[in-house]
Design a binder for this molecule. Structure first.
Ligand code: EPU
Length: 437
């Protein structure tokens, strides 16, 4: 049954206050679950968010024969992939879940074979996999693309071998996939122009705590010395297997707080992972305070206005493309013109059309750039969530709007944010989940 949210906007009044605990990062949990294929014993992870994308990747692994046990909170997770009986990634799910591409590295490295369909493109852009195909070829694999549209990849008889891989574009899942594949390869792999996102560094730390030899994760050059299957060492700090906090969830709630909270504290976060957003919001006039693991945002003085600011999305530590949509809502409320340049994905600005229907004044210059004429009031509307990040942005837009809004297609929001309505209701937002009739 599909569902929708109804939201009663505050018309810009600061009605929110309290605190929200941030859960583990979707884009770290999905990779850590994939990494379980590299382990000779079950892998236990904690702080795994209870979201649709995690359910989908566990569904794939279960269909392939893995055993997964979740505790009652659903956030502690034990994955045993030793019972897996196939190297074909379940096509129905793989086509819908782009992140399933990260399974290819561990599967190929461990079993010498993987078969999978092209992980379907999505509304944010084409999502090619050329870097994966080229990387596997460099590691000695042979690749066929059959008439059913499946890629069939085989390692050489003695397994994948180490290689030098230079990414033409710094790819997040590409970096993670090859880091994992190289962990079980023969010899040394060097990934150059690697992505540097905190989730990649966290994954490398977890793998190293289990016997991998990865150096340089979090920098543009990562060196991996291949070795044996990994084992979770229970004597090692549990922290290493505790999924790093979700910086995108944190950033999205921070934007909501900047616009509507008297005071909002986000706990269980790593503020350092959000430097680009915090810097930008502070420049625009938002009051932000940080401790080692919390961020607090407070209402500005009566009458103060936020100023416009230009944004260009960039690989970490630049401004994340996944926060571009939430920030857009902030910019509709800032005084002046802001240019938003989405450099990573070509389809990730189309959601702005609906914001204009709400009263925003955003001009599309080309598929990568929009000009936001700020300081506009928004009115409640019926909206369709086009993807998870824009879906969350629509929640923020609806919250500041005058009147009621409905947000449909919220499966997308559930893909990436756990119990979003309960957590936002707890800080004072009027949001209710309904079944579609
Ligand atoms: N690219 C290629 N060839 C490839 C792979 C990527 O040209 O073989 C290009 C892409 O088209 C894009 C650029 O490289 O222009 C960077 O994309 P990247 O590969 O880094 O994206 P991704 O790994 O597919 C991850 C996140 C995305 C996030 C991006 C950028 C996961 C599961 N997904 O995607 O998250 O937007 O990095 O930071 O980690 C989301 O969570 O909503 C989401 C879309």
């Amino acid at each position: 049954m599909t569902q929708y949210f109804s939201i009663e906007g505050s018309g810009g009044k600061r009605t929110l206050s309290g605190s929200i605990a941030i859960f583990g990062a979707k884009n770290a949990a999905l990779k850590a679950i994939a990494a379980s294929i590299l382990y000779k014993n079950p892998l236990t992870l904690t702080n795994v968010p209870n979201i649709e994308d995690v359910l989908r990747i566990t569904e794939v692994l279960t269909e392939m024969g893995a055993t997964i046990i979740r505790d009652q909170s659903m956030r502690s997770f034990t994955v045993d992939t030793n019972t897996m009986s196939t190297t074909t990634i379940t096509p129905e799910i793989a086509k819908r879940l782009r992140a399933s591409i990260v399974l290819t590295g561990p599967l190929l490295a461990r079993n010498g074979h993987v078969r999978f369909p092209h992980p379907g493109g999505c509304v944010i852009g084409e999502r090619p996999i050329d870097l994966f195909i080229e990387g596997y070829t460099k590691m000695g694999a042979t690749i066929t693309h059959d008439e059913e549209g499946f890629y069939d990849i085989r390692s050489p008889k003695d397994g994948l071998h180490g290689a030098e891989i230079f990414f033409r574009v710094a790819s997040v899942t590409g970096t993670e996939t090859f880091m994992m594949a190289a962990t079980l390869a023969k010899g040394t792999t060097v990934i150059k122009n690697a992505a540097m996102e905190p989730e990649i560094k966290w994954l490398a730390t977890m793998l190293n705590a289990s016997g991998a030899h990865i150096e340089g994760a979090g920098t543009p050059t990562i060196t991996i010395h291949g070795g044996e299957l990994l084992a979770q060492d229970k004597a090692i700090s549990k922290e290493r297997f505790h999924v790093v906090p979700d910086r995108i969830e944190t950033g999205s709630f921070l934007v909501l707080g900047a616009l509507l909270a008297k005071e909002l504290t986000l706990t269980d976060v790593v503020p350092e992972h959000l430097e680009s957003l915090i810097e930008l919001l502070t420049y625009a006039g938002v009051n932000i305070e940080q401790t080692a693991n919390t961020i607090t945002v407070r209402a500005p003085e009566e009458g103060a206005v936020f100023r416009a600011v230009n944004v260009r999305t960039h690989e970490y530590p630049g401004f994340p493309t996944d926060l571009q949509a939430p920030l857009m809502i902030f910019l509709t409320q800032a005084q002046g013109e802001s240019l938003v340049f989405e450099t990573i994905f070509e389809g990730r600005l189309n959601y702005t059309e609906a914001l204009n229907r709400m009263g925003a004044n955003i001009t599309m210059m080309d598929p990568h750039r929009v000009l936001v004429h700020g300081g506009t009031s928004l009115r409640g509307k019926q909206l369709e969530s086009p993807d998870l990040r824009a879906g969350l942005a629509y929640i923020i837009a609806a919250a500041i709007a005058e009147g009621a809004s409905e947000i449909h297609n919220i499966y997308f929001v559930d893909r990436g944010y756990e119990a979003v309505e309960e957590r936002l209701r707890a800080i004072g937002l009027s949001i209710v989940r309904h079944e579609e009739k």
